[in-house]
Structure formats: C-alpha cells, structure tokens
Write a protein that binds this ligand. Structure first.
Ligand code: NAD
Length: 347
C-alpha cells in the first residue's frame, strides 16, 4: 500500500501542472513532453476522483489551459471555447460511448446507431476567426476559454485564411451570414518548421522546440510584421456563433458533417481527412491515422471524434471543461514525437 499522503501528492501535482501549463500556454516553451504531462494530469484527475473531499476549484483539471499574454488586448468569446477529454485506450473510447448513451437514455433521447465525425487532432493553436457580413472581422486565441487574445492583425497574414467569404457563398448558392465564427487550429507544416528553424539559426533568432510551439509563438507575436514572415496554415474544425439574419435558420445544418461541408463551400480550409463513420469504424480510423501520421505534412497527436448529430450534441452538452459529445483519442506515448530531442540537438 502506498504511504504517500494524497493531500501532499495532490498539491505537488497541481503545482507542477500549473507550472507546466504556464510554460506551454503562456510562454509557448514547454519543458516536458506531452506524454509525461498527460500522465501527471491523469494521475491528478484519478486522485481527485478518489478524494472528492480534497477538491479545489482552482485545480488545473477544472479549467481550460491558457491565459492572455501581456500586451495583447483580450476579448470575450461569444460562445465559450472548450478543451477536450482524452481517451488513451480503446476501452476509454467505449466508456465515452456508454457515458453518452446513459446520459441520453436518462434524458429520454434515443441514441440508436449513432454516427460520428472523425478528423485528425491537429497539434497547433486553437483559434476563432470572426466573419461579419462575410468579411474577415477578427481572430481570437482560445485563451482560458472565456476570453482570448485578439490576434486579428496576425491572423490576417495567414495565407489560407479567406478574408472574404462572399464570392464563395455566391458560387455555392449559400446566403452570406451576418455573423459566422469559425473555429480551427493554426499549425506549421513540418517542412515550414524545419525551414523556419534553419533561418532562425542562421540569424541568431529563437529556435523552436516543435511545430506546435512555432505556430503558437508565431501567432502570439506582438509585432504582426513578424507573424507575416512565419509560414502558418489554418485548418477548420468547427463553427462557433452564427447569425444568418432575420431569424433565418441559415443553411439548416443538422450534422457536424454538414457544417464542415458548408464551411468548405464558404471557402474555409479543411485538412481533408475528416469524415462521418459508424461507431465500429471509429477505432479503425484512429489506428489507420496512427499509421499514416508520419506521411501527413503536419503533426497530429490523435484523432477527434464528435457525435455527428447537432441535436444529440446539444442534448449531451458540456462539463466544466469539455463537451460530452466529443473526445480526443490520443496516440500512445511511445509513438509520440520527441519534443525534447529537438531541443537537445538544436540548442
Ligand atoms: P487538447 O489539445 O488535448 O484538446 C483540445 C484542443 O484540441 C482544442 O482546443 C483544439 O484546439 C484542438 N483540436 C485539434 N484538432 C481538433 C479537431 N479536429 N477538432 C476539435 N478540436 C481539435 O487540450 P488542450 O487543453 O489544448 O491541451 C492539453 C494538452 O496539451 C495536453 O494533453 C498535453 O498533451 C498538452 N500540454 C502539454 C504541456 C507540456 O508541458 N508539454 C503543458 C500543457 C498542455
């Protein structure tokens, strides 16, 4: 039997994770690998579940990581941006489905033969891009989920972010939304990352530990002229707040798959691997993506699975920190790309 006092271990874990969060989300400069972080985080979560009497509202498990960097204006999100719960093994994926089915059953909602939207979990920085009357009107980082950093000028320089959706809407026969918030991840491709680090090394600039930190650090530049020189790519994964005007329902999207097709038709960039599958096809998709990940031009750390029906998503709702209708299936640690090795050889 362990002799470690749970209260002491909880304190240790919370302090450590707060420090790692600060380095990762605020400084874009992590000191541990994600797999090591994830193991500590899961230990903390398990300990908190075993000892509810030691709950702490300020525990890192209660919040979405991230904070507004000094120097950036902060702006509230109209709809909160959440994190995702993780599943590390197949059994946890099945637990996710069981939990969803149980919640819906309690609420008298049918969950027969549900389908799921699956796509890669991009390893970058979460962004919300705001379009007003079809025109680019701003961008926010996720921040703490409630309030993000205003990175409007920097994101304007990201080449594949459309600045005007109206011609696309006209071509697709879609109305132009009064307001459309698009969510996705800004990443740096491996090739762009290696070339950027080459240039940084030659010029005596900061060398980045991995593409995720390079992307995050480039978007969170106080000088947008520097962001403009950084090769960034945006991939859309969801929609936030929308207003199609005069009480119109808009295109009447009923599934996440339809939302993604609609966003694509409006000119937004999708990475291209997303699709709708049945429950028993989810894990094979995850395994196939694991085999394919090295061939993708950008880094991914797993697969995100979302209940496809928007009505069921609404019925499932959210916990403090994450949706109940989505889960991240993460690749096992031994497959994780070695972040700190890059630092060893490059610094
Ligand atoms: P997360 O990255 O595990 O999951 C949520 C995020 O996934 C969303 O905010 C979104 O940006 C992103 N995402 C990517 N592709 C997506 C898709 N297709 N659909 C929907 N969302 C998608 O959660 P988090 O809170 O951003 O970060 C936690 C993770 O960050 C940890 O599990 C750990 O791996 C890493 N982390 C590492 C350190 C460290 O020191 N190494 C510190 C803090 C966090």
């Amino acid at each position: 039997m362990s002799t470690i006092d749970p209260a002491v271990r909880l304190r240790e874990l919370r302090d450590l994770i707060h420090e790692y969060d600060y380095r990762y989300y605020v400084l874009d400069d992590p000191t541990v690998e994600d797999a090591a972080y994830d193991a500590l985080y899961r230990e903390l979560k398990a300990l908190e579940e075993a000892h509810p009497e030691l709950a702490d509202p300020n525990s890192p498990t209660r919040r979405v990581g991230g904070a507004v960097l000094d120097g950036f204006a902060s702006r509230p999100h109209r709809l909160r941006m959440y994190s995702l719960d993780n599943a590390m093994v197949e059994e946890e994926w099945r637990d996710f489905v069981t939990r969803a089915a149980n919640k819906l059953e309690r609420d008298g909602v049918a969950f027969d033969a549900p389908t799921f939207w699956v796509d890669p979990k991009f390893d970058g920085l979460a962004l919300e891009i705001i379009y007003e009357n079809g025109v680019y009107a701003g961008a926010l980082t996720r921040g703490d989920g409630e309030v993000g950093e205003d990175v409007t000028e920097n994101v304007r320089t990201v080449r594949n972010v459309p600045l005007d959706l109206r011609p696309h809407a006209a071509r697709a026969g879609l109305p132009v939304p009064r307001l459309l918030e698009v969510r996705g991840e800004v990443v740096m491709t491996r090739q762009d990352f290696y070339e950027l680090n080459e240039r940084q090394r030659e010029q005596g600039g900061k060398v980045f530990a991995n593409p995720r930190n390079a992307a995050a650090g480039s978007v969170r530049q106080l000088d947008s002229r520097i962001s403009a020189t950084r090769p960034l790519t945006f991939f859309t994964y969801a929609v936030g707040s929308q207003d199609w005007g005069d009480g119109l329902a808009g295109p009447g999207w009923a599934t996440h798959g339809a939302v993604m097709a609609g966003l694509k038709a409006l000119g937004l960039p999708l990475a291209g691997q997303g699709k709708v599958v049945a429950a028993d096809e989810v894990y094979p998709y995850f395994e196939a993506m694991g085999r394919q990940r090295q061939e993708l031009p950008f880094e991914i750390d797993g697969v995100v699975v979302k209940v496809d029906s928007l009505a069921l998503q609404e019925a499932l709702g959210f916990t403090d920190r994450a949706p109940r209708f989505a889960v991240a299936l993460k690749f096992p640690a031994h497959e994780a790309e070695t972040v700190l090795k890059h630092i060893d050889v490059q610094v």
